[in-house]
Design a binder for this molecule. Structure first.
Ligand SMILES: [Zn+2]
Length: 64
């Protein structure tokens, strides 16, 4: 039996681009820990309790 899980709507992912090296990556918008660039290890987002705050990254796209 297939069920649509509406809770999944709360899980939003965003595509960001590292301002330092230009690497694009998809991150969880409500991450509870600091997120680092996969390429240059720069901190690209910090947790705020809700949506992450982008630090050294640029928002490209939202997957809702
Ligand atoms: Zn980078």
């Amino acid at each position: 039996m297939e069920e649509i899980i509406f809770k999944s709507l709360e899980s939003k992912f965003i595509k960001v681009k590292c301002k330092k090296c230009g690497k694009e990556q998809v991150i969880f918008e409500r991450a509870s820990h600091k997120l680092y660039c996969l390429n240059c290890k720069e901190i690209i987002a910090e947790p705020t309790g809700g949506k992450v705050k982008l630090t050294n990254a640029e928002l490209l796209e939202k997957f809702y």
